[in-house]
Ligand binder design. Structure first.
Ligand code: SF4
Ligand code: SF4
Length: 109
């Protein structure tokens, strides 16, 4: 089944599982996950402070999870409660990157 995802006032809806990058990535960004992702769905711009997984392009292979040296990546159903906001932020980044960058800055303080 094709994945469908959308954001509505910060709430994210997706009909399939995906992987999520959380706050442990902030200012680490070694990009080990980018190197192992077979579909190039982990993205960061030069001025980003963390990477983000595109929820529709992710094929749930799990390769990134074990590659991350700081344990920042979780399958969506196992994202820790305290990191739950990052599920939405990963998806929102692809439509509203500046909003997400500002939120990451705030969370990093
Ligand atoms: S689970 Fe696989 S496809 Fe999804 S982001 Fe990680 S490496 Fe890429
Ligand atoms: S491997 Fe982990 S710390 Fe490195 S860029 Fe990916 S999510 Fe961030």
């Amino acid at each position: 089944m094709q994945k469908i995802a959308c954001n509505f006032f910060g709430f994210r809806y997706c009909n399939g599982m995906t992987y999520v990058i959380t706050e442990a990535c902030i200012d680490v960004m070694d990009q080990s996950c980018v190197e192992v992702c077979p579909v190039d769905c982990i993205i960061a711009a030069d001025h980003d402070r963390m990477c983000f997984v595109h929820p529709l392009d992710c094929i749930d292979c799990a390769a990134c999870e074990s590659a991350c040296p700081v344990g920042a990546i979780f399958v969506e159903s196992e994202v820790p409660r305290e990191s739950a906001e990052f599920t939405g932020l990963n998806a929102q980044y692809f439509s509203e990157p500046e909003t997400v960058r500002a939120r990451v800055d705030a969370l990093a303080e």
